[in-house]
Design a protein around this ligand. Sequence first.
Ligand code: CDP
Length: 208
Amino acid sequence: MIIAIDGPAASGKGTLARRIAQKFGLTYLDTGSLYRAVAASLLAAGGNPADEAAAAAAARDVVPGSIDEATLRRDDIGQAASVVAAQPAVRQALLDTQRRIARTGSGAVLDGRDIGTVVCPDADVKLFVQAEPEVRAERRYRELSERGQTANYDNVLRDLRERDARDRERAQAPLKPADDAHLLDTSKLDIEAAFRAAVDIIERHNET
Ligand code: CDP
């Protein structure tokens, strides 16, 4: 079984995807961490995220899991990730890795922006997780503060809107729900309620 979970930044898709993978005994892949790793290795080498050739080379060399989580989750790395992610050569370089992981064992849960539309268009279940920008900014602000990073709510909201726009408006694999995706708005749901709603959708699908 392949489950595709897409949605904008801080919509809650990562937490949801991890818990769903655990419940159904599936591999979990956070595809955003691949784009973040490309951005982090490029910046560490003094490269420019807008340089498509350099970003594509970094994408071809990326080793999943090779960069520590604290670095990957930094806000500046998230912004740079959305710049490298707009480049077709970068997306192409990461496609095979994502599809190979999706096919491991009894299947996988992948979360990202284009899983249901491009990476796994034949996924068994597709969820598109969304939430109001202010709710997402509040979540991201709390996350960054808990990690000890200095954060300012207004800046977090502004950065999030900027990244949403870049992800939605890019020509290649823009952020949008697949035609057959189930929409899940988590603005008023806590983690537990969002998880129950997602499990309901998956179990309903498995019964048919
Ligand atoms: O955790 P958060 O939702 O903030 O971001 P992420 O999922 O780690 O993704 C970081 C950036 O990578 C996004 O803003 C996208 O530009 C890009 N990305 C993408 O283009 N396609 C994916 N399948 C996953 C991430």
